[in-house]
Design a protein around this ligand. Structure first.
Ligand SMILES: [Zn+2]
Length: 264
Protein backbone atom coordinates (compact mmCIF):
# COMPACT_ATOMS: atom_id res chain seq x y z
CA UNK A 1 0.00 0.00 0.00
CA UNK A 2 1.40 3.45 -0.92
CA UNK A 3 2.22 5.93 1.83
CA UNK A 4 -0.38 8.38 0.41
CA UNK A 5 -3.10 5.73 0.66
CA UNK A 6 -1.92 4.73 4.11
CA UNK A 7 -2.05 8.36 5.27
CA UNK A 8 -5.52 8.80 3.73
CA UNK A 9 -6.79 5.75 5.62
CA UNK A 10 -5.50 7.16 8.90
CA UNK A 11 -7.11 10.56 8.20
CA UNK A 12 -10.42 8.86 7.40
CA UNK A 13 -10.27 6.77 10.58
CA UNK A 14 -9.63 9.97 12.55
CA UNK A 15 -12.55 11.69 10.74
CA UNK A 16 -14.89 8.89 11.83
CA UNK A 17 -13.68 9.25 15.42
CA UNK A 18 -13.99 13.06 15.36
CA UNK A 19 -17.63 13.06 14.21
CA UNK A 20 -18.37 10.46 16.90
CA UNK A 21 -16.57 12.51 19.55
CA UNK A 22 -18.44 15.68 18.51
CA UNK A 23 -21.87 14.05 18.86
CA UNK A 24 -22.70 13.90 15.14
CA UNK A 25 -22.63 10.10 14.95
CA UNK A 26 -23.20 7.37 17.53
CA UNK A 27 -23.30 3.62 16.88
CA UNK A 28 -24.59 4.31 13.38
CA UNK A 29 -23.59 6.64 10.55
CA UNK A 30 -20.35 6.73 8.59
CA UNK A 31 -17.75 8.91 6.80
CA UNK A 32 -16.23 7.82 3.48
CA UNK A 33 -13.67 9.29 1.08
CA UNK A 34 -13.07 9.02 -2.63
CA UNK A 35 -10.00 6.85 -3.23
CA UNK A 36 -6.98 9.21 -3.39
CA UNK A 37 -5.47 7.33 -6.35
CA UNK A 38 -8.57 6.18 -8.25
CA UNK A 39 -11.58 8.53 -8.62
CA UNK A 40 -13.81 5.59 -9.58
CA UNK A 41 -13.48 4.02 -6.16
CA UNK A 42 -14.16 5.03 -2.58
CA UNK A 43 -13.18 3.87 0.91
CA UNK A 44 -15.72 3.08 3.62
CA UNK A 45 -15.22 1.21 6.88
CA UNK A 46 -16.54 -2.28 7.51
CA UNK A 47 -19.72 -2.25 9.58
CA UNK A 48 -18.77 -0.99 13.03
CA UNK A 49 -19.35 2.07 15.24
CA UNK A 50 -17.35 5.03 13.81
CA UNK A 51 -15.68 5.66 17.18
CA UNK A 52 -13.86 2.32 16.80
CA UNK A 53 -12.82 2.59 13.14
CA UNK A 54 -9.12 1.92 12.41
CA UNK A 55 -7.13 2.44 9.19
CA UNK A 56 -7.31 -1.32 8.57
CA UNK A 57 -11.13 -1.36 8.55
CA UNK A 58 -11.66 0.30 5.17
CA UNK A 59 -13.15 -1.62 2.29
CA UNK A 60 -12.55 -0.39 -1.27
CA UNK A 61 -15.73 0.01 -3.34
CA UNK A 62 -16.46 0.84 -6.96
CA UNK A 63 -19.04 3.59 -7.59
CA UNK A 64 -21.81 0.95 -7.79
CA UNK A 65 -20.92 0.23 -4.14
CA UNK A 66 -19.61 -3.25 -4.93
CA UNK A 67 -16.52 -4.24 -2.91
CA UNK A 68 -13.46 -4.52 -5.17
CA UNK A 69 -12.25 -7.57 -3.23
CA UNK A 70 -14.48 -9.99 -1.33
CA UNK A 71 -14.67 -8.40 2.14
CA UNK A 72 -13.77 -10.45 5.21
CA UNK A 73 -16.23 -8.52 7.38
CA UNK A 74 -19.83 -7.31 7.38
CA UNK A 75 -20.47 -4.19 5.28
CA UNK A 76 -22.60 -1.12 6.02
CA UNK A 77 -26.03 -1.51 4.45
CA UNK A 78 -26.37 2.17 3.50
CA UNK A 79 -23.20 2.34 1.39
CA UNK A 80 -25.12 3.25 -1.81
CA UNK A 81 -25.57 6.73 -0.30
CA UNK A 82 -21.84 7.24 -0.74
CA UNK A 83 -21.38 5.51 -4.12
CA UNK A 84 -24.27 7.31 -5.82
CA UNK A 85 -23.10 10.75 -4.61
CA UNK A 86 -19.52 10.11 -5.82
CA UNK A 87 -21.01 9.04 -9.16
CA UNK A 88 -23.19 12.19 -9.49
CA UNK A 89 -20.70 14.76 -8.14
CA UNK A 90 -17.11 14.36 -9.41
CA UNK A 91 -15.87 17.22 -7.19
CA UNK A 92 -17.11 15.55 -3.99
CA UNK A 93 -14.20 13.85 -2.21
CA UNK A 94 -15.87 12.84 1.08
CA UNK A 95 -19.36 12.01 2.34
CA UNK A 96 -20.78 11.76 5.87
CA UNK A 97 -24.14 10.16 6.63
CA UNK A 98 -25.50 10.64 10.14
CA UNK A 99 -28.60 10.67 12.35
CA UNK A 100 -27.52 13.47 14.71
CA UNK A 101 -29.99 14.31 17.51
CA UNK A 102 -29.50 18.05 16.75
CA UNK A 103 -31.23 17.62 13.38
CA UNK A 104 -34.08 15.33 14.43
CA UNK A 105 -36.62 18.10 15.28
CA UNK A 106 -36.20 19.54 11.75
CA UNK A 107 -36.34 16.09 10.12
CA UNK A 108 -39.50 15.19 12.01
CA UNK A 109 -41.35 18.41 11.15
CA UNK A 110 -39.97 19.27 7.71
CA UNK A 111 -39.00 22.75 8.97
CA UNK A 112 -36.22 24.17 6.78
CA UNK A 113 -32.63 24.44 8.03
CA UNK A 114 -31.53 28.08 7.99
CA UNK A 115 -28.11 29.41 9.06
CA UNK A 116 -28.53 31.21 12.38
CA UNK A 117 -24.83 31.92 13.05
CA UNK A 118 -21.81 32.45 10.80
CA UNK A 119 -20.45 28.88 10.88
CA UNK A 120 -23.92 27.50 10.15
CA UNK A 121 -23.51 28.96 6.65
CA UNK A 122 -21.55 25.82 5.67
CA UNK A 123 -24.91 24.04 5.43
CA UNK A 124 -26.22 26.56 2.88
CA UNK A 125 -29.61 28.27 2.82
CA UNK A 126 -32.53 25.86 3.06
CA UNK A 127 -30.76 22.68 1.92
CA UNK A 128 -33.23 20.29 0.24
CA UNK A 129 -35.36 17.66 1.94
CA UNK A 130 -35.67 14.11 0.61
CA UNK A 131 -38.48 11.79 1.63
CA UNK A 132 -37.93 8.12 0.77
CA UNK A 133 -41.71 7.63 0.97
CA UNK A 134 -42.31 9.89 -2.07
CA UNK A 135 -40.65 7.58 -4.58
CA UNK A 136 -40.47 4.22 -2.81
CA UNK A 137 -43.55 4.05 -0.53
CA UNK A 138 -43.20 2.14 2.74
CA UNK A 139 -39.61 0.96 3.34
CA UNK A 140 -37.58 0.15 6.46
CA UNK A 141 -36.21 3.70 5.98
CA UNK A 142 -32.67 2.53 5.19
CA UNK A 143 -31.15 3.61 1.89
CA UNK A 144 -29.87 0.30 0.56
CA UNK A 145 -30.92 -0.01 -3.09
CA UNK A 146 -28.89 1.73 -5.83
CA UNK A 147 -32.05 3.50 -7.08
CA UNK A 148 -32.69 4.83 -3.55
CA UNK A 149 -29.12 6.15 -3.36
CA UNK A 150 -29.42 7.70 -6.83
CA UNK A 151 -32.70 9.40 -5.84
CA UNK A 152 -31.00 10.86 -2.75
CA UNK A 153 -28.05 12.08 -4.85
CA UNK A 154 -30.50 13.79 -7.23
CA UNK A 155 -32.17 15.53 -4.28
CA UNK A 156 -28.76 16.68 -3.00
CA UNK A 157 -28.18 18.32 -6.39
CA UNK A 158 -25.42 20.91 -6.13
CA UNK A 159 -25.90 21.39 -2.37
CA UNK A 160 -23.62 20.20 0.42
CA UNK A 161 -26.41 18.88 2.66
CA UNK A 162 -29.53 16.85 2.04
CA UNK A 163 -32.03 16.39 4.88
CA UNK A 164 -33.64 12.95 4.94
CA UNK A 165 -37.13 13.15 6.46
CA UNK A 166 -37.56 11.07 9.64
CA UNK A 167 -34.09 9.57 9.13
CA UNK A 168 -30.92 11.69 9.07
CA UNK A 169 -28.64 13.93 7.02
CA UNK A 170 -26.07 13.33 4.30
CA UNK A 171 -23.20 15.81 3.95
CA UNK A 172 -20.78 16.14 1.03
CA UNK A 173 -17.38 17.83 1.09
CA UNK A 174 -14.46 18.72 -1.14
CA UNK A 175 -12.12 16.84 1.25
CA UNK A 176 -12.44 14.71 4.36
CA UNK A 177 -11.74 17.74 6.53
CA UNK A 178 -14.21 19.94 4.64
CA UNK A 179 -16.89 17.26 5.03
CA UNK A 180 -16.22 16.97 8.79
CA UNK A 181 -16.30 20.78 9.13
CA UNK A 182 -19.68 20.96 7.38
CA UNK A 183 -21.04 18.02 9.38
CA UNK A 184 -20.05 19.38 12.81
CA UNK A 185 -21.04 23.01 12.23
CA UNK A 186 -24.35 22.23 10.50
CA UNK A 187 -25.24 20.16 13.59
CA UNK A 188 -24.30 23.05 15.89
CA UNK A 189 -26.47 25.33 13.73
CA UNK A 190 -29.46 22.94 13.79
CA UNK A 191 -29.18 22.78 17.58
CA UNK A 192 -29.07 26.60 17.90
CA UNK A 193 -31.90 27.03 15.37
CA UNK A 194 -34.27 24.69 17.20
CA UNK A 195 -33.47 26.30 20.56
CA UNK A 196 -33.90 29.80 19.09
CA UNK A 197 -37.27 28.79 17.59
CA UNK A 198 -38.47 27.89 21.10
CA UNK A 199 -37.67 31.45 22.22
CA UNK A 200 -39.15 33.39 19.32
CA UNK A 201 -38.86 34.28 15.66
CA UNK A 202 -35.55 33.24 14.16
CA UNK A 203 -33.55 35.90 12.31
CA UNK A 204 -31.28 33.92 9.94
CA UNK A 205 -28.27 35.09 7.92
CA UNK A 206 -29.19 36.86 4.68
CA UNK A 207 -28.36 35.08 1.39
CA UNK A 208 -25.39 37.44 0.95
CA UNK A 209 -24.09 36.78 4.46
CA UNK A 210 -24.53 33.04 3.95
CA UNK A 211 -22.58 33.13 0.71
CA UNK A 212 -19.70 35.14 2.21
CA UNK A 213 -19.58 33.20 5.49
CA UNK A 214 -19.74 29.80 3.79
CA UNK A 215 -16.26 30.21 2.32
CA UNK A 216 -14.68 30.62 5.76
CA UNK A 217 -13.57 27.00 5.79
CA UNK A 218 -11.85 27.15 2.39
CA UNK A 219 -10.49 30.71 2.36
CA UNK A 220 -9.06 31.01 5.88
CA UNK A 221 -7.11 28.85 8.32
CA UNK A 222 -10.39 27.92 10.03
CA UNK A 223 -10.39 24.39 8.68
CA UNK A 224 -6.84 23.65 9.87
CA UNK A 225 -7.57 25.19 13.27
CA UNK A 226 -10.80 23.23 13.74
CA UNK A 227 -9.21 19.93 12.63
CA UNK A 228 -6.34 20.44 15.10
CA UNK A 229 -8.82 21.22 17.89
CA UNK A 230 -11.04 18.21 17.19
CA UNK A 231 -7.99 15.92 16.87
CA UNK A 232 -6.74 17.12 20.26
CA UNK A 233 -10.13 16.36 21.80
CA UNK A 234 -10.01 12.82 20.39
CA UNK A 235 -6.42 12.46 21.70
CA UNK A 236 -7.46 13.64 25.19
CA UNK A 237 -10.21 11.04 25.16
CA UNK A 238 -7.51 8.45 24.34
CA UNK A 239 -9.10 7.65 20.98
CA UNK A 240 -6.46 8.44 18.33
CA UNK A 241 -6.31 5.66 15.70
CA UNK A 242 -3.02 3.79 15.31
CA UNK A 243 -1.29 3.68 11.92
CA UNK A 244 -2.30 0.90 9.56
CA UNK A 245 -0.67 -2.47 10.12
CA UNK A 246 -0.42 -2.50 6.31
CA UNK A 247 1.87 0.54 6.36
CA UNK A 248 4.89 0.47 4.08
CA UNK A 249 7.71 -0.98 6.13
CA UNK A 250 11.42 -1.09 5.42
CA UNK A 251 12.19 -4.40 3.74
CA UNK A 252 14.10 -6.95 5.88
CA UNK A 253 17.26 -6.57 3.75
CA UNK A 254 17.45 -2.81 4.49
CA UNK A 255 16.90 -3.46 8.20
CA UNK A 256 19.68 -6.09 8.26
CA UNK A 257 22.03 -3.71 6.45
CA UNK A 258 21.32 -0.97 8.99
CA UNK A 259 22.03 -3.39 11.83
CA UNK A 260 25.33 -4.41 10.27
CA UNK A 261 26.35 -0.76 9.83
CA UNK A 262 25.59 -0.11 13.50
CA UNK A 263 27.85 -2.99 14.59
CA UNK A 264 30.75 -1.59 12.53
ZN1 LIG B 1 -29.05 6.23 7.92
Amino acid sequence: MSNALNEARRELALANRIVANEGVIDAFGHVSMRHPENPNRYLLSRSRAPELVTPDDFIEYDLDSQAVRTPEHTQYSERVIHGEIYKARPEVMAVCHHHAPAFMPLLATGIDYVPVFHLGAVGGIRPPFWDQQDEFGDTNMLVVKPEEGASLARALGKNWLVLMKRHGVTVAGTSVRDCVFRSVFSCRNADFQVRAMALGKVDPLSPGETELASVISSKTTGLVRAWEYWSMRVAKAGGLPASSSKAVRRPAKVKARAKKAKRR
